[in-house]
Design a protein around this ligand. Structure first.
Ligand code: SF4
Length: 787
């Protein structure tokens, strides 16, 4: 625990770390985790970084107090103080201290503790270690910034959501995006502050980060200077305009938002608490890190959330304070400006502050300093390529060519074939240059593959990948699949030289890169006239029918082995999914066939066959082989699971679940809620709160996380009564699963069940649900008691 501000003598050797043993609840995570401090760093570090962080944190305190008083003048002290739709309160404060700030009154404690943490500026004759105090200044700054930002949701300070600024990410976004960090499609995030020297430089930097699949979180102003200089008081900056990296990108015509991974949180530096808040929520949601367990929090954020700060241009005291805060979580700063370096490793994996990095080296240097693992596959197309471009929209004004969709026939078909000529791409019919601007053309994509390990069962899995493969080309939009595909080519991509032939080039390159273990040869034929597309469409529909019949007939009983998925162990170390033919992974992204194909592709990968072994309980879904696998894969954390019940030893959840089902005892049934539902459920908890209960790789009897489509499965909670137990669902989820529910309910002898399931329009309190069920005669009321 560091001394309070202005408390006199220099800290003991080891700074924060040395004082941690007797620390109270406010000591910084790094300090309390016993992290190395930076004794002996140069005077530049002391005067500029340590001094800047201390001055910056004091400025945060001043502003927080001012706004807090303004809030108290306008609102009652019991007014909720929160970010929208999150179960993690003000997450940085909650994760580090374990204390939940829920009302304006609660924030008084934060202001007091932050004040105690903020150190005095280091004295010029100080030669003992002092960067422990800098970390505390940083932590105090983050807590204060959380209060400042939360107050904006009470109308005190600038509006949190305004123009390009998106404000706080709710738990729905955090979980949906968290999956991308789990499966490796997003290697990490850059928290960018300041501004690039010009709009063009900003666009180039953002594009480079997108191509490396990084998320870019943006907050904080900078100055557009022609020279990259060290400090905001430098006179050379006096004439430069104040702007932000995000505004530069908007000016450069770049699409911003979660879909393009370029996320503008807010104009003020304080909004970077959303970046750190994202990381700590991931630790609590996926990693099972308990609020207040700062030692494990630091270990998790440092080793599993690959984040770093990018400071562009001159660095202000407010930015020094925020950067010092980020170091507490193992996130280093890479700066273009002439600020002092902090190189020794200790808290961060490698260096802590790396200055004077030219813009052209910034991404490469950041990757090196943060220790990121990035795999880039070279795709032979004349546009940028990577997952960050998958979320781009192409509006009609930007349209060069539309393919298939509602106005022209189209389909995609991937089949195993003989005589495949690897790399051959043929366009049969007109190419882009033969067609007028804005034209809609039919499109049939026939992909023929061959490979010694290729199986017919893998065809739909590979075919489904075309959506991702094609969407990741900048300026190309792909929607739908099978016979409902719809593509758009943007004007800029066409000007850059993108042609229909490149669709085939992308498919060929990605199939080899991602599925090289099972695919040896790939040839692609693109048809662009109705005369050619219609016969292909007929052939494709016959193939789709045959596949559906084959997959639909797969049951849990018909196979000897299930598949595991350990992908989420990168975030939730003890969680393991068991995927069966009738129960997909709880994220909804992996079916039993996906697991099988993935194992063929990479036997050492995240999916392994799990022999069922001796049946222990057929009704609950318990097998000896599955239990022994689970014991080992969960590192001894779990003894057994039952696949078909939520009452006893249910499967664990990492946090990626699409839905959660939970018992409603009074109704003798269960509710099912999906992550898109922001409202209350009859359990008295919103999805975000439930997710905190169910996630993190622990068994929670009475609740289970699962995919959306599992609701329609014959094995959905079959030991508990199956679909007939469902008494409440959000309206949107219920409507989207109408066919699945109706089919399962009809099979269970209750064809009218869909109408008998309550939604938020009928009831929200459990008692109201009960009344609704009695009114409509829901079968759950007649079923055997759940307990
Ligand atoms: S199947 Fe399970 S472990 Fe695999 S990615 Fe989905 S939720 Fe994670």
């Amino acid at each position: 625990m560091t001394a309070p501000a202005g408390s006199g003598p220099a800290r003991p050797p080891g700074g924060c770390a040395a004082g941690a043993a007797g620390g109270g609840p406010t000591a910084s995570a790094a300090s309390r985790a016993g992290a190395t401090s930076f004794g002996g760093a140069g005077t530049g570090v002391r005067d500029i970084i340590a001094g800047g962080a201390a001055r910056g944190a004091a400025a945060y305190l001043h502003l927080a107090r001012e706004r807090y008083q303004a809030a108290l003048a306008a609102h009652d002290a019991s007014t909720p103080l929160e970010f929208p739709n999150t179960a993690y309160h003000l997450p940085i404060i909650f994760s580090v201290t374990g204390r939940a700030v829920q009302t304006l009154a609660d924030a008084a404690w934060v202001l007091e503790e932050a004040e105690r943490l903020i150190p005095a500026e280091p004295a010029s004759r100080l030669w003992t270690p002092y960067l422990g105090a800098t970390l505390d200044a940083g932590m105090a700054a983050l807590w204060l910034a959380e209060v400042i930002q939360a107050l904006t949701y009470l109308g005190v300070g600038p509006a949190p959501v305004d123009g390009i600024w998106l404000g706080a990410a709710d738990d729905v976004i955090m979980r949906a995006r968290g999956v991308e960090f789990v499966d490796g499609s997003a290697p990490g995030f850059a928290a960018v502050t300041g501004a690039a020297p010009s709009v063009e430089a900003a666009v180039a930097l953002a594009r480079e980060m997108q191509q490396k699949s990084l998320y870019v979180f943006m907050a904080g102003e900078g100055r557009e200077c022609n020279e990259l200089i060290g400090h905001h008081q430098d006179p050379r900056c006096a004439v430069a305009r104040e702007t932000t990296f995000a505004e530069q990108l908007a000016e450069g015509g770049v699409q911003l938002g979660w879909d393009t991974r370029l996320v503008p949180f807010g104009r003020d530096i304080f909004a970077h608490v959303y970046s750190i808040g994202f990381a700590v929520r991931v630790a609590m949601a996926f990693g099972g890190v308990k609020p207040g367990d700062h030692r494990n929090l630091l270990a998790y954020t440092k080793d599993r959330v690959f984040a770093f700060v990018v400071a562009l241009g001159p660095v202000t005291d407010l930015q020094y304070a925020a950067a010092a805060g980020a170091i507490n979580f193992g996130f280093p700063t890479i700066a273009t400006g002439d600020i002092p370096a902090i190189l020794p490793s200790g808290i961060c994996t490698y260096e802590h502050v790396v200055p004077r990095v030219p813009l052209c080296d910034l991404v490469a240097r950041s990757i090196e300093v943060r220790g990121l693992k990035i795999v880039v596959t070279e795709i032979p197309v004349p546009v940028a390529y990577g997952p960050a471009f998958a979320g781009e929209r192409i509006r009609r004004d930007d349209l060069r060519l539309e393919m298939a969709g509602p106005e022209a026939p189209g389909c995609e078909l991937l089949i195993t074939a003989d005589g495949v000529d690897d790399g051959r791409v043929t366009v049969v019919g007109p190419e882009v240059d033969d067609l007028p601007v804005g034209f809609t053309v039919p499109l049939g994509i026939l992909v023929e593959v061959a490979g010694r390990k290729m199986q017919k069962d893998f065809e739909p899995i590979l075919e489904r990948q075309l959506h991702h493969f094609l969407n990741e080309a900048e300026g190309l939009l792909h929607v739908g699949q099978r016979d409902i595909v719809w593509l758009r080519l943007g004007r800029k991509a066409a000007e850059a030289g993108f042609r229909l032939e490149h669709l085939g080039r992308v498919i060929h390159a990605r199939l080899h890169a991602d599925f090289g273990e099972i695919v040896d040869k790939v040839q692609v034929t693109l048809f662009t006239t109705a005369d050619d597309v219609l016969p292909l469409l007929e052939r494709a529909r016959a193939a789709y029918r045959e596949r559906d019949e084959r997959i639909g007939s797969l049951t849990d009983e018909a196979v000897d082995e299930f598949y595991s998925c350990a992908l989420c162990q990168s975030f939730a170390p003890d969680h393991i999914c068991i995927i069966t033919p009738e129960r997909s992974g709880l994220c909804g992204a992996y079916s039993w066939l996906d697991g099988k194909a993935s194992f063929e592709i990479n036997p050492a990968g995240p999916n392994r066959p799990v022999p069922k072994g001796y049946t222990l309980d057929e009704v609950r879904g318990s097998w000896e082989g599955v239990n022994s696998y689970i014991r080992e894969a969960s590192h001894g954390a779990l003894e057994r699971i039952n696949l078909y019940t939520l009452l006893e030893d249910p499967m664990t959840s990492c946090g990626c679940f699409e839905c959660i089902s939970g018992v409603l005892p009074m109704c003798n049934g269960v509710f099912t809620v999906d992550r898109d539902h922001p409202g209350m459920t009859p359990s008295g908890m919103k999805f975000s709160t439930l997710a905190g209960v169910v996630g993190g790789g622990v068994q929670t009897p009475g609740f289970v996380g699962h995919s959306r489509l599992y609701v329609g499965s014959h094995k959905f909670l079959s030991a508990d009564g199956g679909i007939l137990r469902v008494v409440w669902m959000p309206r949107r989820l219920k409507e989207s699963l109408r066919e699945e529910i109706a089919a399962a309910a009809a099979a269970a002898g209750h064809p009218d069940l869909w109408d008998q399931i309550a939604t938020e329009d009928d009831a929200v309190e459990e008692e109201e649900v009960m009344n609704f069920l009695a009114e409509v005669g829901h079968p759950a009321l007649e079923m055997e008691a759940l307990f």
